[in-house]
Design a protein around this ligand. Structure first.
Ligand code: BDR
Ligand code: CA
Length: 310
């Protein structure tokens, strides 16, 4: 199996991404690192532990990482995810203990001790932990097989400002470090994730599984959809973060281009924008496979088939 570390700020869509990974034998989840994002760190690390327990995977170590962006105060998204980050169903208190090591130490030590090129990183939140790791230990960069992340937007513009997507906006300095690190990068921007939108029929399939996890996912979607229905009048909610895991399982579901993507860190109106050179009009070197399209039916078929296994 492909060996991955998930860096996350759960989040209902992070939750579904983590469950998708845990349900898939093609992937081996070595550990989960939590970062501040949708909600503060003490909640994201807690949510990550709850998710491992729900999936019956108390063997997976969960580490807490950075509690604030590299150079800015934290911006959170309770307006989307609720107070706990995983609002919707009532969830048990976690009993799985948090690991003592800091997430950044865990990332550095694991990348140094495991064979070079064997570990893929899957960031689903602000890139603070990943950037802190690269800053502190530049020697780990060439040891990373690939970073497949959810973040950014280009044609689909922004969801937290008119031009910026949340994960990049929260820590643009961190994003700039990650996009400039020379590590193979696959990016799932809003251009893709806004095609992975739930609707009645798609959500019904989770309930029809007749499993506790199917029911939990349905209740998370029910809560998560409220924001998009009220704000945008759309039928459902975008399953942003599961796109990262779906890519690892079936890259043919996605279409993109290998292009240059720079992060705006100083814009007057555009801080956190992912400036994607889609038409290759600059001479800047391509640094990312920037996705733009998704086979949405194929994505939901894969997702429901896997979640039903749990
Ligand atoms: C991203 O921001 C968070 O709210 C979601 O979990 C996702 O990672 C979408 O912009
Ligand atoms: Ca997230």
């Amino acid at each position: 199996p492909r060996r991955i570390i998930i860096d996350t700020d759960p989040g209902q869509d992070d939750a579904v991404a983590i469950l998708l990974a845990l349900a898939s034998p093609e992937l081996e989840v070595l550990g989960i690192t939590a970062v501040a994002g949708n909600v503060p760190l003490r909640l994201t690390e807690r949510n990550a532990r709850i998710l491992c327990e729900i999936a019956g995977r108390t063997d997976i170590p969960v580490f807490a990482g950075c509690d604030a962006p590299l150079a800015r105060p934290l911006v959170t998204a309770e307006h989307v995810h609720g107070k706990t980050g995983l609002d919707g169903p009532a969830l048990p208190d976690p009993t799985l203990p948090l690991q003592e090591r800091h997430a950044v130490d865990y990332l550095i030590e694991t990348l140094r001790s495991e064979p070079a090129g064997s570990i893929t990183l899957c960031p689903l939140g602000p890139l603070t932990n990943i950037a802190a790791m690269l800053q502190r230990a530049p020697d780990v960069a060439p040891r990373i097989r690939e970073i497949v992340l959810m973040g950014g937007a280009y044609f689909e513009v922004g969801n937290i400002t008119p031009t910026a997507e949340f994960n990049i906006f929260v820590d643009p300095e961190a994003a700039a470090i990650v996009f400039g690190a020379g590590v193979p990068l696959v990016v799932m921007p809003l251009d893709v994730t806004h095609k992975a939108v739930t609707d009645r029929a798609r959500v019904a399939r989770f309930r029809e599984m007749g499993t506790r996890i199917g029911e939990l996912v349905e209740e998370w979607m029910d809560f998560f959809e409220r924001f998009d229905r009220e704000k945008y009048g759309s039928e459902g909610a975008p399953l942003h973060d599961p796109c990262v895991i779906a890519y690892l399982l079936n890259p043919d579901l996605f279409l993109g281009r290998h292009i240059n993507v720079e992060i705006e860190t100083e814009g007057r109106f555009t801080t956190g924008m992912t400036v994607a050179d889609w038409w290759r009009v600059s001479d800047r070197t391509p640094n990312a496979l920037f996705m733009r399209d998704l086979d949405a039916d194929g994505f939901f078929a894969l997702l429901t088939e896997r979640i039903a296994r749990l």
